[in-house]
Write a protein that binds this ligand. Structure first.
Ligand SMILES: Nc1ncnc2c1ncn2[C@@H]1O[C@H](COP(=O)(O)OP(=O)(O)OP(=O)(O)O)[C@@H](O)[C@H]1O
Ligand SMILES: O=c1ccn([C@@H]2O[C@H](COP(=O)(O)O)[C@@H](O)[C@H]2O)c(=O)[nH]1
Length: 335
């Protein structure tokens, strides 16, 4: 597989690096880390401390913690007319904070990922009239991968699983993002979108160049609204989204069973619970968003894999382009 670095446009790169110094901090793009063990991204310091802006099905919630302390330099019953000490404290805190911020930005591996996209000209890489993108969403263990394999066999799609691409990048020797990806996956959190979008675009280009295929099932993506916008604005607009519905109880059983042999670091009860929460709070709004524009095909994935596939074929019949349908017909004849 081509490395992420190969995505860096040679022309834009020299311009992009200096631009990094004034580019938006990553936290404006990425989801707030859900766990103290996640690599932290710089947060804007304001008079009060905002924590945990969560977006759930039930709306956007914001927990706000603020400490109404005394003014600096003011002690009970006294007001200091020469606030030298407070000034020094402010100066020291300011310089310390600035130093830490500079160090953090210098070391933060994900900063480098921003380069991947920053030299890119505006507009999407592929036109939806030339390239077909179908997003495949559903809770962890809903059977997305299982059903994508069926569609690849019968309709000649290219299956790109965002999770698989991230795991491959994590395992690639010398990857700058390996540790970061590992931590995010274990915590069931969403890896900053620059990495995932770059991996997907890279894989699409490679499939088109090497196989001449232009129909993609993008599995397990987009899992967050900003990913959806970035991908559709910069890579390709989606045709529609397949959404596999399944209750958590069934998902849990499937994942624990899969965990017996999968070797996946996130197929354990702690990670699974976190993945469920992330799915409900962060990924369901993406399904709701596409539903709003009538671009979601819902599939009940509680029945057997064969039953789910029958339903899936029925549902997508009228939505595929003629040549994709012909591939499916040929598959039926030869099967
Ligand atoms: N309809 C089904 N009935 C029972 N088991 C299923 C069904 N579909 C898939 N499975 C099994 O459930 C597990 C999860 O399926 P699969 O890997 O396809 O889900 P997924 O949605 O891609 O998961 P993830 O999001 O975690 O990658 C696998 O062990 C698979 O064999
Ligand atoms: O767009 C994405 C997709 C996946 N992730 C991370 O990968 C794991 C595993 O994903 P699967 O689809 O279950 O294979 C997921 O929990 C996320 O941590 C991501 O960050 N962004």
């Amino acid at each position: 597989m081509t490395s992420l670095r190969s995505l860096i446009p040679t022309r834009g790169f020299r311009i992009a690096v200096p631009l990094l110094r004034i580019s938006r901090p990553l936290h404006q793009n990425a989801a707030p880390p859900r766990s103290p063990t996640l690599p932290s991204l710089p947060t804007k310091k304001v008079g009060s401390f905002r924590q945990g802006l969560t977006h759930s099905r039930f709306g956007t919630g914001c927990r706000l913690y603020s400490a109404p302390g005394k003014k600096l330099g003011e002690t009970a019953g006294s007001r200091n007319p020469f606030p030298v000490v407070p000034l020094l404290v402010i100066l020291a805190a300011g310089s310390g904070g600035f130093y830490l911020l500079v160090q953090q930005r210098k070391e933060m591996p994900i900063e480098k990922a921003i380069r991947l996209g920053s030299g890119k000209p505006k507009g999407a890489t592929f036109s939806p009239s030339d390239v077909t993108v179908i997003f495949v969403l559903g809770g962890p263990g809903a059977g997305k991968g299982t059903q994508c394999a069926n569609l690849v066999r019968d309709y000649s799609f290219v299956h790109l699983s965002a999770g698989d691409l991230l795991r491959a990048e994590q395992a690639r020797p010398g990857s700058e993002f390996g540790e970061l990806i590992k931590t995010y996956i274990r915590e069931g959190a969403i890896v900053p979108m620059e990495v995932t979008v770059a991996l997907l675009e890279n894989a699409m280009k490679e499939a088109i160049a090497t196989q001449g295929k232009k129909k993609f099932l993008i599995d397990g993506f987009p899992r967050q609204m900003d990913q959806a916008h970035k991908f559709e604005d910069e890579v390709c607009e989606s045709a529609f989204t397949l959404f596999f519905e399944c209750p958590e109880k069934v998902l849990l059983e499937r994942l624990l069973k899969r965990g017996e042999t999968s070797g996946r670091e996130d197929d354990n009860i702690e990670s699974i619970k976190k993945r469920f929460r992330t799915f409900e709070e962060t990924s369901m709004p993406v399904v709701d968003y596409f539903e709003g524009s009538g671009k979601v095909v819902r599939i009940d994935s509680t029945s057997s894999p064969e039953g789910v596939y029958k339903q899936l074929q029925q549902e997508i019949k009228g939505k595929l382009k003629p040549e994709t349908k012909r591939a499916a017909e040929r598959a039926t004849v030869t099967a």
